[in-house]
Design a protein around this ligand. Structure first.
Ligand code: PNS
Length: 175
């Protein structure tokens, strides 16, 4: 279980890793493990995006993240439905963590980091290069494979594999 921790930005170095995590992949998990080593506390924050229809609900995504990070004492799972910088201020966090897989990620990430900086210049974005093993991996790719009952055990943690099986348990139509 993730532990509550009192304190302020003056006492702790708190980072937020925001995302959709629909669902969390081994690529995300690699970033979580590495980022958790660099900060006193890492908050993995699931965006509650009302304009998208996700496969997993926010509660399901949080439960999967909690399961796969249960051995990481300084990692907390949360969700937000707000501007990221406002959420960060509410959590006394100053650093955003984002993973970059390839140059194609870079443009979007630069735009987001620049926007967040424009909104609050005290907030810093730190990019971590995704482990090359997972440079092709995305939640969308995982869902595409799982939808057709393909193997995802090398792409997601076991709890997520089970969750995907549950979502796609009815046979796919041949159409
Ligand atoms: O995993 P994703 O979908 O690439 O994550 C995108 C996310 C959640 C980091 C981004 O959409 C976000 O921060 N949304 C919150 C709204 C916001 O603050 N937007 C302004 C920055 S672009």
């Amino acid at each position: 279980m993730n532990k509550p921790l009192s304190g302020t930005e003056n006492e702790y170095r708190i980072a937020v890793y925001p995302g959709s995590f629909d669902p969390v992949t081994l690529g995300h998990l690699d970033i979580i493990q590495r980022a958790a080593k660099q900060f006193d506390r890492l908050i993995v924050a699931v965006l509650n995006n009302t304009t998208k229809t996700p496969l997993f609900s926010v509660e399901e995504r949080k439960a999967l993240l909690a399961e796969v990070t249960k051995e990481m004492p300084n990692v907390e799972i949360d969700s937000f439905r707000d501007l990221l910088v406002r959420y960060m201020r509410s959590r006394h966090a100053r650093v955003i963590i984002r993973g970059i897989r390839s140059v194609t990620d870079f443009e979007y990430e630069l735009q987001m980091a620049s926007t967040n900086r424009q909104l609050d210049e005290s907030i810093e974005t730190v990019f971590m290069m995704t482990n090359p093993k997972y440079s092709y991996l995305s939640s969308s790719i995982v869902k595409e494979i799982a939808k057709f009952d393909g193997p995802v055990h090398d792409l997601v943690p076991p709890a997520v594999e089970a969750g995907l099986k549950g979502k796609y348990k009815s046979p796919q139509s041949a159409d």
